[in-house]
Structures are given as C-alpha cells and as structure tokens.
Design a binder for this molecule. Structure first.
Ligand SMILES: Nc1ncnc2c1ncn2[C@@H]1O[C@H](COP(=O)(O)OP(=O)(O)O)[C@@H](O)[C@H]1O
Ligand SMILES: [Mg+2]
Length: 279
C-alpha cells in the first residue's frame, strides 16, 4: 500500500540552522498521525517540505506516491498553514468558493455546505471572516483544507486558538474523516485531547524523531503497580518478569490483590522524550 505521506531521511538547513536532521515518517491511508514537539523542533518545516513549499537539503517526501510539490501530490493534499490569514472582508462561503476555484473542485454549494457543517460553521456561512473569532477562523481554515476532498490532510497547529467546544468539534471531525479514509498529519506543540485520538504519535525535537508509537505504546513504559496487603508499589520491570515478582512476593508471605500497568500520561511521555534529549 502506498503511504498517503512519506518522508525519507529528510534534512533541512537554513544557513547554519539545522531545522531537520534526517527525519523519516509515514502516514498510511486513513491514519491519523500527530507530529508533536516543542517550538522550533522542525514540525512546520517538515510539513512545508511535504507541501512542496520548502525544498529539502537532503532526502525526499512523497504524497500518495507522488514527489512532494508535483501536480499529482498537490492534487492529493489539503493544507492549513500554521500562520494563515484570509481576507477579512470575505464571507466563509466566499472563501470556500475561492478555494473551490483554486482546486478546480466541482463540488459547488453542496460541498461548501457540507464542509461548513462538518466544522460547525453552517450557521455563519455568510458572516465576514473579520467578524469571526480566531477559533472560528481556524475551523474555517480546516474546512478550506478539505475542499476537493484531499486524501491527505495536513494541519499545522490547528487547535492553538480553539476553546474546549471548538476542540471537541475538531476531534469529532477528525474521527469522521478517518472513518472516511482520509489520512491526517497534525502538528502540535501543545498536547490536548485531540492528540489522544491520533492512531500514532511521532515526537520530534531539534529536527530529529525522538519517540514514536501509538498513544498506548508511548504511555505504557511506566512498569506495573502491585497492590499487596502491605500497600501498593511500583515496579519498573518488563512484562515477562511480572509472574516471577508476584511469586517472590507470595513466597515472602505477601497477599497480592492486584497487578496493573502503571501508565504515564501522554504528556509525561512527551516531556520525557523531549527533556531526555535536552539533558
Ligand atoms: N525560513 C526560515 N529561515 C531560517 N530559519 C528558519 C526558517 N523557517 C524555520 N527556521 C528555523 O528552523 C527551525 C525549525 O522551525 P519550524 O519548522 O518552524 O519549527 P516548529 O514548527 O516545530 O516550531 C527553527 O530553529 C526555526 O527558527
Ligand atoms: Mg510550527
């Protein structure tokens, strides 16, 4: 199966700044991947390379098998830039109409209505953008990225201006898109509940991938907690050693009531991956 997005050993230098240092990453069809990392980690640079807006110093990126920036790649891709700005005098509906023109979408009013509905802006379709809150503009930006039904959707910091209700809307929308087979790469320097719906999370820091896995994998490195008659203790041991430790406790006269995975939160896993690098 061709990946919806793939980067192989991508590096990017801006003069003496190394923004990316050999990053490889893939997003499969219908997969929702979160690209997490602190400010300056290289996230925006990576997605701009994927969009063909920045040329890598080394390595290559493809979108649905086509080289990044090629007409075929651009036709498969929807993109919301981190620092987008739409003309304030346009209405939401007009903005989508302009983007239908740019992408040669034949979806017409039905597509515009469906997309505004999807991002929770159906009732403000004829409102001017300058009168919308930043959060509404961000949701409109996501609708704009979805014009013409891209197979690969790239959202750079799409939740930075969203209030909890807006995040909920975006999370529901992402789940709907995934169910429909759209692949999503979502950049974020802040963890929120949105990242928790990602199938996979890739953490980058200083231009390198420092951790990746499903949220479950990233949070299960916490060992186990064993509850006995004399209290609960945490053991940093591999799964294979659990029966042995329980047997030892029982042999020592302990009564074992419960053994459970001691999960860290995704935030702890993120901080550990990023700070481990800095230390
Ligand atoms: N156009 C540019 N010219 C020079 N340096 C840049 C440019 N774009 C990004 N950088 C630098 O590259 C690094 C990565 O930036 P960026 O990809 O924007 O990170 P992130 O999106 O993770 O915050 C930073 O050190 C940033 O200052
Ligand atoms: Mg960025």
């Amino acid at each position: 199966m061709t990946a919806a997005f793939a980067a192989q050993d991508v590096s990017k230098r801006y003069g003496r700044t190394v923004a990316l240092d050999g990053v490889s990453l893939h997003v499969d069809a219908g997969e929702l991947v979160g690209l997490l990392g602190p400010n300056g980690a290289g996230k925006s640079t990576l997605v701009k390379i994927g969009c063909g807006l920045v040329r890598p110093s080394a390595g290559a990126a493809t979108v649905c098998g086509a080289p990044a920036g090629s007409p075929a790649a651009r036709a498969s891709l929807g993109y919301l830039a981190e620092l987008f700005r739409f003309p304030g005098w346009m209405t939401a509906d007009e903005l989508l109409r302009v983007h239908q023109g740019l992408t040669r979408s034949a979806g017409g009013a039905a597509e515009r209505g469906r997309l505004l509905e999807l991002v929770g802006l159906a009732d403000v379709a004829n409102r001017q953008i300058e009168s919308m809150s930043k959060g509404m503009q961000q949701r409109l930006g996501i609708a704009q990225a979805l014009v013409a039904g891209p197979r690969m959707l790239v959202l750079d910091e799409p939740t930075s201006a969203l209030d909890p209700a807006g995040r909920r809307t975006v999370r529901d929308m992402l789940e709907e898109l995934r169910a429909g087979g759209t692949a999503v790469l979502l950049n974020s320097h802040l963890l929120s509940e949105i990242e928790l719906v990602c199938d996979r999370v890739v953490i980058i820091n200083r231009g390198r991938v420092v951790a990746q896995g499903t949220p479950d994998e990233l949070t299960s490195a916490g060992g186990v907690e064993i509850e006995t008659g004399s209290g609960t203790r945490r053991y940093q041991i591999a799964r294979e050693r659990i029966p042995g430790v329980v047997a030892e406790l029982v042999a020592a006269g302990e009564r074992v009531y419960e053994v459970r995975a001691a999960r860290s939160t995704l935030e702890e896993a993120y901080l550990e991956a990023v700070e481990g690098e800095m230390g």
